[in-house]
Design a protein around this ligand. Structure first.
Ligand code: NAD
Length: 355
């Protein structure tokens, strides 16, 4: 089966950054929040980093600090609680704090880390409101520190390849991009709590579809129209939304859609329709098992580790002083702005223009 040529530039071990000299000291990262994503994806994949190294943990749980500290070789004096984390100020080994807690906590932890003189990587979605995002951007800028959002798909080879192909006209003029994202949310999780989650399925997973529309097209939406539906009497959706359908208009004439839900059994796909061709991506923004098809051809890419590439990119920006992070706070703020316009549209029953 023929396959599209790889167009991303990766070094031999599959990572995007390769400028570091062998003897250069990796940037020290403190992982804040030892939940599922931190311990099952970020930390295991950090061993593929060339420029970044976990040097400290910050957690509210003494048990997790001991368990994961021992497992990942973090010495006891580099294990901090939320109460005593101000002490990281005096630990020069820590250069970055990676905030991996629920979105409703991102603003406070980011402001705190910046005040303590550290660069910040913050997980998606960036924060509960545009105003909070502004505060985070301002705090990091005032402290002279970098702020990256953990949008790992910008460092993932299949998504990079798809973006390149869309942008160079492989599918002709892009006319439509449709994304569907969903999983079945179990009761009791912070994702169903508005204060902690910021919103529901749109906030947590619809954001991957929104991101895909933005990076595949290279355009910003000019208008959104949305509907939200919650299953009647489903106790999970007292505070946040379940199913969202959004239509996006873009300045070029491209139309897009994102559908997302906490009631669907595992869907993660997008489809690009152009005047000359079509791309279908299954498990499009997942962790593994990407299946990208151009018509009947499978897309193949040079392997790469998106987590290592994401973290090394921030480390590279720190070492070189570059202010060109690919996934900066401003990108996170734009998503939050669009998502709140989506909520406004669903609430009012009207389309909302984005200036
Ligand atoms: P999780 O519930 O497994 O872990 C969250 C951690 O935050 C826990 O250790 C918890 O103790 C801690 N925490 C700190 N303050 C808290 C508070 N006030 N309330 C509740 N918990 C608090 O969640 P997760 O799936 O690891 O998600 C964490 C972040 O990572 C979220 O922003 C999520 O959107 C993001 N995430 C990103 C990806 C990705 O692919 N980029 C994947 C999963 C999660």
């Amino acid at each position: 089966m023929a396959s599209a040529a790889a167009v991303v530039s990766l070094d031999p071990s599959g990572n995007l950054c390769s400028f570091f000299k062998q003897d250069q000291k990796p940037v020290g990262w403190a992982i804040l929040g030892l939940g599922s994503y931190a311990t099952t994806q970020i930390l295991p994949n950090m061993r593929y980093c060339k420029l970044s190294k976990p040097v400290a943990f910050i957690s509210g749980s003494p048990d997790k600090l001991k368990r994961y500290g021992d497992a990942f070789g973090i010495s006891p004096e580099h294990r901090y609680s939320y109460d005593n984390m101000d002490a990281i100020k005096d630990n020069p080994e820590i250069e970055v704090v990676y905030v991996i807690t629920p979105p409703g906590t991102h603003k406070d932890f980011t402001l705190r880390a910046a005040r303590l003189g550290k660069h910040v990587c913050c997980e998606k979605p960036m924060a509960n409101s545009v105003a909070e995002c502004e505060e985070m951007i301002d705090a990091c800028a005032k402290a002279g520190k970098q702020l990256q959002i953990g949008y790992r798909c910008h460092y993932e080879p299949y998504n990079l390849q798809a973006t390149e192909l869309c942008r160079k006209g492989e599918f002709g003029v892009l006319r439509s991009i449709q994304a569907s994202m969903g999983f079945s949310a179990q009761p009791g999780i912070w994702r169903l709590n508005k204060k902690l989650g910021g919103g529901g399925s749109m906030y947590d997973i619809g954001i991957y579809g929104l991101q895909a529309l933005r990076y595949l097209s290279g355009e910003e939406p000019s208008e959104v129209f949305a509907t939200i539906s919650n299953p009647p009497k489903d106790e999970r959706f007292k505070e946040v939304e379940d199913t969202v359908h959004v239509v996006f208009k873009f300045p070029s004439g491209l139309t897009g859609s994102v559908a997302c839900s906490y009631s669907w059994a595992g869907v993660n796909r997008y489809e690009v329709l152009g005047t000359k061709g079509r791309l279908v991506a299954e498990n499009a923004t997942g962790y593994y098992g990407f299946q990208f098809q151009i018509g009947s051809r499978s897309v193949t890419v040079q392997p790469g580790n998106m987590w290592a590439s994401q973290m090394d990119h921030l480390s590279e920006c720190i070492r070189t002083g570059a202010k060109t992070n690919r996934t900066p706070g401003e990108m996170g703020r734009q998503d939050i702005r669009i998502i709140h316009a989506i909520y406004e549209s669903a609430r009012t029953g009207r389309s909302v223009k984005l200036g």
